[in-house]
Design a protein around this ligand. Structure first.
Ligand code: HEC
Ligand code: HEC
Ligand code: HEC
Ligand code: HEC
Ligand code: HEC
Ligand code: HEC
Length: 492
């Protein structure tokens, strides 16, 4: 219903005017946020909340206040308090000193408010860009990732650098995802654990490769893995090896080794039958000359057109570049190796791992029960306090019971000892169409050579040409390590 001209004048009151200023500021903030976001280097998922939820909320509030002023004014008119225009409060007469002051105050106030809105929205925008916003605001849901991130190689890299890529498609997608996240955070019904898999399907070219150069030739890396056996003396068992990381660009060096599948000279595609990509029954390689070879496991008989085909990228090996949860076996080994746990305490490896892997509902319960379990194991040992402190520290960094996040929920694909990792393809069980040739690089010396192993004197014998891995006391028949090694302790 159109409002007659004389009624329109009922908007001319201080309440309505303030409402209009608020509404206008909100509109201004919206335009500003939208502009900042469009020109930002990467889309920010929480900007959607600011621009499309918070700003409109202020706009609506402003409009509501405007209407309120109108209604109040109408009442005044009805009651005969305001008859003709001359009685309206807002009849500004510039000749009057009082009116001049009011006008200056109102215009000044409005401009100040507008400026504050601009500053405020820009500051809020900056805040949503920070890591503590991503990691701490949604405290419960993001805590496991934030804690692991804080002591990763990428602790100085912004969450948004990996999680939010550039481009218009990402823009819309992240807006929708930000609002969805807010909604689930408020309801508290987010998944536990949260699973993203490959950073929401964003390819490495847009994320990792904005900093890392896939053509880099790394060559050999020397790595030492220090373990302790599950026996009374916690016997050390070390493996020192040279990892043939190599490189993938013929210009930078020979195309060889682990980084030869970087999609520079050759292309590797695969089909995974589960979301975590643990099960890969089909692989296709296109070499630099365009020669195509397909490999599949004997059990996999499906028509490949029924499955999505994925190009292998950095995250198919480095899937935990910044949120790594150590297995209890590895975490306890690390504490023992660094001397934070004392290897002279009998059965310490076994007992700490045992205390860590029980099912606990909350962190509080875990801390209490881990302490109780260890105190029961070592009733008279004076080293018990330090032991309990370290066990709880391991738990704090690697286990998140409320979110059900730990190494089981987020398996690491690098290596092959505790998870299938490289053996998802390099298990010698994927064959080309001749039924005999399996994927190259599936023998023990293809990816690394072991130069020394064991403990004591044995470990001092370095063999540059490499030795055959000896497995504690027996030669194993089964190459699939993760069938026995699950991340907990192994007992014979
Ligand atoms: C160096 C890149 C990188 C940075 C920086 C990074 N992430 Fe991640 N994040 C990943 C990758 C890769 C995955 C997917 C893992 C997979 O495929 O299983 C992931 C997964 C996640 C997940 C899903 C659960 C999970 O653990 O798989 C959440 C939640 C998450 N990140 C939050 C964050 C937060 C919050 C920050 C900043 C404090 C952050 N990330 C910083 C790379 C990164
Ligand atoms: C914003 C830049 C940036 C992005 C994006 C980034 N990285 Fe990194 N990455 C770095 C820097 C810097 C280092 C070196 C850190 C150091 O050695 O202190 C590093 C180190 C690494 C390392 C060696 C880790 C180690 O333990 O020494 C790996 C592996 C790696 N990045 C993989 C990835 C993957 C996979 C992604 C994508 C999911 C990624 N990075 C995204 C900057 C980045
Ligand atoms: C086939 C699996 C695989 C793929 C694919 C892969 N990496 Fe690696 N990368 C490794 C392994 C294994 C190492 C050795 C370090 C280790 O074991 O932790 C390594 C080492 C590294 C290092 C540390 C050594 C160095 O050069 O400083 C960086 C950084 C790195 N990778 C980045 C990347 C990036 C970026 C991509 C994608 C362009 C990528 N990797 C793809 C398996 C892979
Ligand atoms: C998705 C399947 C897949 C995964 C997972 C995978 N690879 Fe590969 N890898 C291949 C294919 C396919 C080739 C090329 C083999 C060929 O040309 O026959 C290859 C080649 C290699 C080669 C070069 C072999 C040679 O002699 O030319 C090395 C080394 C290697 N991979 C190491 C690794 C490591 C280390 C990991 C785990 C961190 C890994 N791969 C994970 C599929 C995979
Ligand atoms: C496709 C490549 C590849 C093949 C084939 C391979 N490995 Fe490995 N292996 C790796 C990588 C990569 C790592 C390092 C993982 C890491 O940095 O965490 C590793 C680590 C190891 C370790 C040290 C693990 C630890 O945590 O102590 C041992 C031992 C080992 N490999 C033995 C073997 C044996 C035995 C075979 C043959 C049955 C074999 N590997 C075949 C890639 C391979
Ligand atoms: C048949 C089961 C089985 C298979 C398969 C197996 N292991 Fe083991 N592994 C054991 C047992 C049992 C121990 C002794 C554990 C202990 O005393 O803590 C052990 C110990 C180890 C250790 C030293 C202690 C530790 O917990 O880290 C390493 C390293 C190791 N294995 C690597 C491998 C690798 C690499 C493979 C695959 C190439 C593999 N194992 C395959 C059963 C197995």
């Amino acid at each position: 219903m159109p409002i007659p001209a004389n009624r329109l004048s009922r908007f001319r009151n201080w309440v309505s005017l303030s409402g209009m200023v608020l509404a206008f500021s909100a509109l201004f903030a919206f335009v500003l946020l939208f502009g900042v976001d469009i020109y930002a280097t990467h889309a920010n998922p929480y900007m959607g909340i600011l621009a499309y939820v918070v700003a409109p909320m202020f706009l609506l509030t402003g409009l509501a206040i405007t209407m309120l002023g109108y209604v109040l004014e109408t009442r005044r008119v009805r009651k005969g308090l305001a008859g003709d225009d001359s009685h309206l409060i807002l009849h500004v007469n510039l000749a009057r000193k009082r009116d001049r002051r009011m006008l200056v105050a109102f215009v000044g106030g409005s401009l100040g408010f507008l400026l504050l809105t601009a500053l405020g929205s820009y500051q809020t925008y900056h805040m949503t860009e920070t890591n503590s916003f991503c990691g701490e605001t949604c405290h419960e849901s993001m805590d496991p990732q934030y804690q692991a991130y804080k002591h990763s190689a990428h602790a100085r890299v912004a969450c948004v650098a990996c999680h939010v890529g550039p481009g218009a498609g990402n823009y819309i997608r992240t807006k929708v995802s930000g609002v969805r996240q807010l909604y689930h955070t408020i309801l508290g019904d987010f998944n536990r654990p949260i699973q993203l898999h490959n950073v929401d399907h964003r390819p490495a070219q847009e994320t990792c490769q904005s900093c890392h150069w896939s053509q880099k030739h790394t060559g050999d890396l020397q790595k030492t893995y220090k373990h302790f056996l599950t026996d009374e003396t916690n016997t050390p068992f070390t493996v020192a090896m040279i990892l043939k990381v190599g490189g993938s660009d013929p210009v930078m060096g020979p195309v060889e080794g682990i980084h030869s599948h970087m999609n520079v000279a050759n292309k590797i595609e695969f089909i995974a039958t589960d979301d975590a990509r643990l099960n890969i029954p089909w692989v296709r390689v296109t070499d630099p000359n365009g020669k195509v070879t397909e490999y599949r496991t004997e059990e996999f008989k499906d028509d490949i057109s029924k499955h999505p085909i994925r190009s292998m990228d950095c995250m198919d090996c480095h899937n935990r570049p910044s949120h790594k949860y150590l297995t209890p076996n590895a975490a306890v080994d690390r504490s023992l190796a660094f001397g934070r746990l004392d290897p002279s305490v009998p059965w310490i490896k076994k007992n700490v791992v045992k205390a860590l892997v029980q099912t606990y509902a909350t962190r509080e319960e875990a801390n209490q029960k881990i302490e109780a379990s260890l105190r029961a194991d070592y009733p008279d040992d004076e080293r018990i306090d330090a032991l309990v402190t370290e066990a709880i520290a391991i738990y704090t960094n690697n286990f998140f019971p409320e979110m059900k996040a730990d190494w089981r929920a987020h398996p690491d694909h690098i290596g092959h000892k505790d998870t299938p990792g490289c053996f998802r393809c390099h298990d010698g069980l994927h064959f080309a169409s001749d039924g005999e040739t399996s994927i190259k690089g599936s023998d023990c010396n293809a990816c690394h050579i072991i130069v020394a192993q064991g403990s004591g004197e044995e470990l001092q014998k370095v063999t540059p040409g490499g030795v055959t891995f000896f497995h504690i006391d027996s030669e194993f028949e089964e190459p699939i390590c993760s069938e026995c090694h699950t991340g907990e302790t192994q007992e014979e």
